[in-house]
Structure formats: C-alpha cells, structure tokens
Design a protein. Structure first.
Length: 283
C-alpha cells in the first residue's frame, strides 16, 4: 500500500459542538471503526427555527440530546433532511420527526415522512438558512450533499468523511458514480470557493478543494493496487482484499470486500477485468 496516505483528514478526536454561527453538530454515541467518533447530526438554525440533517441512529439518548439542545434555546425544527438512508444516519429520523410533527425529506421515498422528497437543485429554506441539494451517489445510490452558500460549507454525509475515506457500499454503491460525485464536488469547491466540509462522521475540515483532490488521488492509487493484484493472479474480490488491504481487522473485512467489489465493477466497465468475476466471497 505504498504511496497511500494512511489518514486523510484530521487525526484529532471529534466531540461535535458549534462549528459556525447557526451550525452545530450533535454527536451520536455510536462510535466504531465504521462510524469514527459517531454519526454527526447537523443543526442549521435561523432565529427560532432549524433544519435537522441526519438525526442518526434510533437511540433514545441521542434523540433526547437533539431535542434538549433545541428546546433549551426555544428553537423548533421545521424539517429533517437525510444525506442517505443508512441506518446510522436515518433510523432515528421517523421517531424524531413524528415527535415534532415535521416532515423527513430524502432522495429515497422509503425514508421519507410526508410527500416531499429531495432531488438535485432543490433548495430548502428556513428563515435565513438555505441548503442547496446536490446528488452525490457512490457511497450509496441515494447519497446527497447539502451546500450552504451563506457559510460556504457543504454537508457531505458519507461521501466525504472527516477522517479516512468512505466505503463504497456495493452493490447499492458504485465507484464509477462515486468518482463522478467527487469530481462534481471538487468543481463546486473551486467555483464557489468552499471553506468547510461538514461530514457525516468525524470533524469538520477546512480546504475542501484540497481534500477532494486527496480523495480522488487516493481512489486512483487504490485502483492501481487492484490492477497490480489482478496482474499478479488475483482472481476474486476476496483474493484482492487479502493482497491490498492487509493487515485488516476482522470487523473491517465486510467494508473492504464491498469497496473492492465496487473497484472490480468499475474496472469491468473500463474493460480491464471480466464482469462475471465480480464476487464478494469465494464460498
């Protein structure tokens, strides 16, 4: 794995809290190797109203912490937005939204509460708070990012993390789509001079343009490793994982298998490997 930076982003522990005036993170207590310090629930407030992004897992203590933080300041949520439907971001959304009588808006209809969804170029406005919806599939097929022009910040869900790199949740996720999404965000960072990434896990990060270039370079280097493993005789996703991702703890093996399957599928689209060989396990 020479040439691959072991950590992209901040190495510092993350505890949430206010990041910008009117933008704060309530950190869910679900830290793990896959969720880093926990899931970030972002609150974007304007006067006495708020947009809640990713209420997180269906964890009573976390949902109570979100509610307490809003209630103490007499702020009422007007809408819940989801960056994507994975349970660590969305499982608490229905309970939280029903407790306040507000809708849940998402790209995937299965995760909505109410009639309105979210698609590219939608703009969600609550008072002075304004979030622009950007479709960024790849980590999952329903992944979205939310751009705040007033803050020059972007909420990226699991598309860009505050530490490390994102898993491509194959077969729902797609590396081909993911690379397109990273390039889309890189162009946005350049065009509007983004100042801050507000990820779904890990700390907020400055220099979004540089971060996105690092992400793209990392993916290309990883693809080159997979190409080398195939050239050396690796004939399945599991064999590539054994070559490219070692040493690897057992709890991270499923993520490595999924990401490697996505890499193989991407190379198959380029005509470099056979599509029929995309298997996740040898058994």
């Amino acid at each position: 794995m020479s040439g691959i930076p072991p950590v992209i982003g901040s190495r510092d522990p993350w505890h949430g809290g206010e990041v910008l005036p009117g933008v704060e993170c309530v950190l869910a207590p679900n830290a793990s190797p896959m969720t880093l310090d926990g899931t970030n629930t972002w609150l974007v407030t304007s006067s006495d109203r708020a947009i809640v992004v990713d209420p997180g897992p269906d964890d009573s203590s976390h949902l109570a912490a979100i509610t307490a933080g809003l209630s103490e300041r007499e702020i009422r949520p007007e809408v819940v937005l989801l960056t994507h439907g994975h349970a660590d971001h969305s499982a608490g959304a229905d309970r939280f939204a029903r407790s306040w009588g507000v809708p849940v808006r998402a790209l995937d209809p299965r995760h909505r509460l109410g009639d309105e969804g979210l698609v590219e170029d939608d703009v969600v406005v609550i008072g002075d708070a304004e979030l622009h919806v950007i479709e960024t599939p790849g980590h999952s097929s329903d992944s979205l990012s939310f751009y705040s022009p007033a803050d020059q910040a972007i909420m990226t869900g699991d598309t860009v993390l505050g530490r490390g790199t994102s898993v491509i949740a194959w077969p729902d996720g797609s590396l081909s789509d993911y690379l397109d999404s990273l390039e889309k965000l890189r162009r946005l960072a350049e065009d509007v001079e983004l100042n801050l990434v507000l990820p779904g896990h890990g700390p907020a990060l400055p220099e979004p343009g540089k971060l996105l270039i690092d992400y793209l370079l990392h993916r290309e280097e990883r693809l080159n490793q997979v190409r080398a493993a195939v050239a050396d005789g690796a004939a399945s996703v599991a064999e590539i994982v054994d070559i490219v991702y070692q040493p690897l703890s057992s709890e991270l093996v499923p993520a490595a298998l999924a990401s490697t399957a996505a890499q193989w599928e991407h190379l198959a689209k380029l005509g470099e490997v056979s599509k029929r060989e995309v298997i996740v396990r040898d058994d």
